[in-house]
Write a protein that binds this ligand. Structure first.
Ligand SMILES: [Zn+2]
Length: 246
């Protein structure tokens, strides 16, 4: 059986002298792993389309035990990522997140759109790294069933207060009166607005907010803490990104 879909290569491993195993985030079938047979012989066009961060159109053969890529046509290679080791390490983190959180054998169009937009912004240096990281973390959490409730205080329903507080364990916000029963981080107002924006806005406006550098760093720490708390996972690429930041 043959599958035809577009997708992004989010991981590559050498498996034999001439074979590679790649992981794709595809629009129609989610995350899937496929062999690239005779990688060195494959036409140069298909070769560049099966490298890490390559986005393209794929024709994939589904065999009894494994998928393999028949044909690959590159659409976007994100070549500029390779010029900046910090950007590269952040891109790898985005790919690892997608590999963990995106569905298997199911529609993943929203995940793909999110990652492609983020990689574009990252490769063209259009947004601060802290902002892109916060957006990808929180939006992908929301897509994969971990969307926090940021509308109103989880206990009394108050929409705003002199300060609101976020519980990464509960994925809820609380007002100054109710916070005492919960373990929370105090959210500066701009940070709460940014989190609401990331969770609730249409993808076309997702990347269009600004914050001062200090608040942006605060935001990215909150979204990371939420992600780690909820998934209980360790992301090697996140540690690597942080070591690159120094
Ligand atoms: Zn309250």
């Amino acid at each position: 059986m043959k599958l035809s879909t577009d997708g992004l290569i989010i991981r590559e491993q050498q498996t034999g002298e001439d074979d590679r195993l790649v992981t794709l985030l595809t629009r129609d079938y989610g995350v899937l792993r496929a062999f690239v047979r005779g990688a060195k012989r494959i036409k140069s066009k298909s070769q560049s389309a099966t490298q890490l961060f390559a986005y393209g159109k794929f024709s994939i053969y589904r065999g009894k035990d494994a998928y393999s890529i028949d044909e690959a046509q590159p659409i976007e290679i994100f070549f500029d990522l390779r010029n900046d080791i910090e950007a590269l390490s952040l891109a790898q983190y985005f790919c690892e997140l997608a590999g963990e959180l995106a569905p298997v054998e199911d529609d993943a169009g929203e995940y793909l759109k999110l990652i492609l937009n983020a990689l574009h912004m990252l490769s063209k240096n259009k947004r601060p790294h802290a902002q892109l990281k916060a957006i990808v973390e929180l939006r992908m959490m929301s897509l994969s069933g971990y969307m926090p409730d940021l509308v109103a205080c989880g206990d009394c329903g108050k929409f705003s207060d002199s300060g609101m507080f976020f519980s990464p364990v509960e994925g809820q916000i609380f007002c100054g009166e109710c916070v005492h029963d919960h373990t929370c981080t105090a959210l500066p107002n701009g940070v709460l607005s940014a989190m609401r924006h990331i969770c609730y806005t249409d993808i076309s406006k997702l990347f269009s907010f600004t914050l001062q550098e200090e608040s942006m760093n605060f935001l990215t720490n909150v979204t990371e803490n939420f992600l780690i708390t909820q998934t209980s996972k360790k992301f090697k690429t996140l540690d690597f990104y942080k070591s690159m930041k120094g």
